[in-house]
Ligand binder design. Structure first.
Ligand code: GDP
Length: 159
């Protein structure tokens, strides 16, 4: 039979980093160029079906860590300030959130290679030092590093 789990996930990061776009990519497999910015946090809940694709989209609500199974802190790779802010989000989150929560750092807009301002190695090192998963993403292309049908990327826990 179908097995599914319902997991709450919170996305944190500066306005313009791409939180709404990543949610939209994940939930609907879509991208829109002129997505309205979300300040601070995007929050959604998704039923992840292992066989069948049933989903529940709870929209974007104010920041609310409690009850979230996982958090993704998003920055825009083309914007150094956005990365600096992401570090603040990490600090705040680690101070306030549940320490058992799975936390990831996502460098978004990987498709804008020429405009990159945040070196992958720097972000990777930061993530490792702070016990975060790290991935670079493009909500636009959903292409990198390896697509699955939802357009999200499965990564291994950093050792
Ligand atoms: P939020 O404020 O963090 O929710 O960010 P949005 O999802 O509203 O995205 C901000 C802007 O960046 C929008 O114009 C998006 O279309 C654009 N954007 C988001 N993700 C990507 C991406 O991966 N690549 C590119 N090229 N643009 C993106």
């Amino acid at each position: 039979g179908n097995k599914s789990i319902n997991a709450k996930l919170v996305l944190l990061g500066d306005a313009g980093a791409g939180k709404s776009s990543l949610v939209l990519r994940f939930v609907k497999g879509q991208f829109v160029e002129f997505q309205e910015s979300t300040i601070g946090a995007a929050f959604f809940s998704q039923t992840v079906a292992l066989n069948d694709a049933t989903e529940r989209y709870h929209g974007l609500a104010p920041l609310y860590y409690r009850g979230a199974a996982a958090a993704i802190i998003v920055y825009d790779r083309t914007n150094q300030t956005s990365f600096d802010q992401a570090k603040k989000w990490v600090e705040e989150f680690q101070a306030q959130g549940n320490p058992n929560m799975v936390t990831a750092l996502a460098g978004n807009k990987l498709d804008l290679l020429d405009a990159n301002k945040v070196a992958s190695e720097e972000a990777q090192t930061y993530a490792q030092e702070n016990g975060l998963f790290f991935m670079e993403t493009s909500a636009k292309t959903a292409k990198n590093p390896a697509p699955n049908p939802s357009g999200m990327f499965l990564v291994d826990r950093p050792s």
